[in-house]
Design a protein around this ligand. Structure first.
Ligand SMILES: Cc1cc2nc3c(=O)[nH]c(=O)nc-3n(C[C@H](O)[C@H](O)[C@H](O)COP(=O)(O)OP(=O)(O)OC[C@H]3O[C@@H](n4cnc5c(N)ncnc54)[C@H](O)[C@@H]3O)c2cc1C
Length: 346
């Protein structure tokens, strides 16, 4: 369901080194005895993509390390109910789902270290992945660092996250049946989210700070043609208000400075995402917005032996199940890549 603030503590967090080198060690490049820093596969990121990749790599008997970064479990630990992940007819709490995925990755044999990758060297082999305190070697790397939704940075936004403030209409729309909602943004995603939300909401107010939308013509026409959608152009959200839940937003006209109150039960922020790719230092090809570019229909990046999975490459779907699916693909491709390298004697 909804974002619930920074609740990453909901997932069991181990200290670095808590279970390193716990992998099966039955792969083709066993690390130093007693748990060293050389792995066949290093997975950067511990959301649905990273944990799924961890399960598949470990079950393929690859010595596997998952670096979980600052948010072990990924975006879903900031959520309450997840109703659309297959296998849970009565929904599942996001933190519970991610704790189970972590357990499954560990039980499969993956080592998990709760540290952030701060730098990588993908120019020569073995690849290197650096954290603040360690340098890991890897024969293959899977980037599964996700993409962070952009925030408005307003008073009330963080406090009401999960209590009416959302960053994902597909995920949370069904929880707002009959409510009046605001969507903030003017691009294609904002139009798509607004149109989708009309399935549930009694009215959807699109708030955009410019006098023209950035969305493509077809998306604009679809939104403008929807009787439930009302456009508030040249308007900024100044404040999100509410006690326990969102009750209203304060709008300010960027033309006149005039302020008005809009009573809504939810605010969907649709102003884009920032893929977490800074630590790659430009060594892997990305698109103009920083999403990792993949070779057609695969999880392969521009660097042979480096794969990507989940929201870090996916600007369209951004769902836990698609992230997990790509985690599986990346792991299978990494396994095949390592086998081929071995056959070539590399
Ligand atoms: C509030 C909210 C509610 C949502 N609800 C749903 C829902 O109900 N259903 C649904 O299907 N989807 C939902 N989503 C979307 C879903 O959470 C994402 O699509 C999914 O989590 C993406 O998975 P991922 O593994 O690609 O990335 P993420 O889950 O974002 O995980 C990224 C991981 O990478 C790690 N990381 C980042 N940088 C580094 C680094 N430098 N070093 C090491 N690790 C790093 C992070 O710590 C994190 O562990 C929701 C999203 C939000 C924000």
């Amino acid at each position: 369901m909804m974002a619930g603030g920074a609740s990453s503590g909901a997932v069991l967090v181990e200290r670095r080194g808590g279970d390193p080198a716990g992998g099966p060690g039955g792969g083709e490049r066993p690390g130093p005895a007693g748990g060293g820093t050389a792995y066949e596969v290093v997975i950067i990121g511990a959301g649905p993509a990273g944990y799924t990749a961890g399960v598949y790599c470990s079950r393929a008997r690859r010595r596997t390390l998952i670096l979980s970064g600052l948010l072990p479990g990924g975006q879903l630990v900031n959520t309450t109910e997840v109703e659309n992940y297959p296998g849970f007819p009565k929904a599942v709490m996001g933190p519970d789902l991610m704790a189970d995925m972590r357990e499954q990755a560990k039980n499969s044999g993956a080592s998990i270290v709760d540290e952030e990758a701060v730098n990588v060297d993908l120019r020569r082999r073995p690849f290197k992945v650096l954290t603040a305190s360690e340098e890991y070697e890897a024969d293959a790397v899977i980037i599964a660092t996700g993409a962070s939704p952009r925030k408005l940075g307003l008073d009330g936004e963080e406090a009401l996250a999960g209590k009416g403030v959302s960053y994902c209409a597909t995920c949370d729309g069904p929880f707002f049946r009959g409510a009046e909602l605001a969507v903030v943004g003017g691009g294609d995603s904002a139009m798509e989210e607004a149109t989708f939300l009309t399935k549930f909401a009694s009215a959807v107010h699109v708030v955009h700070r410019r006098d023209e939308l950035r969305a493509s013509r077809v998306m604009q026409e679809r939104a403008r043609g929807n009787a439930k959608i009302r456009m508030h152009m040249s308007c900024e959200v100044k404040e999100i208000r509410g006690g326990g839940r969102v009750e209203s937003v304060t709008l300010r006209s960027s033309r006149t400075g005039e302020e008005s109150e809009l009573r809504v039960g939810g605010v969907f922020v649709a102003i884009g995402h920032d893929p977490n790719t800074a630590m790659l230092g430009g060594q892997v090809e990305t698109d103009g917005d920083g999403y990792v570019a993949l070779r057609n229909g695969t999880a392969m990046t521009s660097v042979e032996g480096v794969f990507a999975a989940g929201d870090v490459h996916d600007r369209h779907y951004k769902q836990a199940v698609t992230a997990a699916g790509y985690g599986c693909m990346a792991a299978l491709e990494a396994d095949r890549h390592l086998t081929e390298r071995r056959q070539k004697g590399a």
